[in-house]
Ligand binder design. Sequence first.
Ligand code: 5RP
Length: 233
Amino acid sequence: MSASKRAAGRAAAERVQNGMVVGLGTGSTVFFTLERLGERITDEGLSISGIPTSLDTATKARAFGIPIVGFEEVGQIDLTIDGADEIDGDYSMIKGGGGALLREKVVASLSKQVVIIVGLDKVVETLGVSFPLPVEYVPFARTPVKRALLALGAEPTLRAGAGGEAYLTDNGNEIFDCAFEGGIADAEALALALAGTPGIVEHGLFLGLADHLVIGHEDGTAEERSKVGSSGR
Ligand code: 5RP
């Protein structure tokens, strides 16, 4: 498992060019991207600015010597590299397994190019069959949001932290992980319904945001695919 993540994460880091503002995703696959970017900064003198999608990524990026900047200091983001929990043939994704979906979506939406790094096990035919959809909401609205999710056909489970308490995101919000029997039939319709539900801050359906896919394999190789017709934003 980690050989495929390492292969994908490191291959994607080779797409970063001197002077770029780079969106830095979150998760165990992105760790290997951060590691390789750190090596390139040391070995090649690569000069980049990183916009992290989580406090965890900011800490790791700094440890690898990647300069971190805020939105005040940059305009558009040139390239974002991030993982995914599931990705289908249209490059629609479920993200948020690591709880960073809100910042990940903000950063991806501001990026000219989004590169997704996964192992082959994350490539699926139908979203939601094997991974529940994370939905981030303000704690005040837990009960009405749960009712709304049930009405949309979801089976929501409150995400728990290490001590069994409700997990809190970097933004102080909670997450329901939502199972859908048989998977998500209409991701566009579901995304619209979730976005229109008061109390929900963000959901883990990332539609139309990925341009390029790097799939890592357990033998240490990585395969690159581009979305047909996508030239970024
Ligand atoms: C975090 C995410 C991650 O990208 C996703 O969970 C994949 O993580 P990993 O690379 O550890 O498998 O969406 O919110």
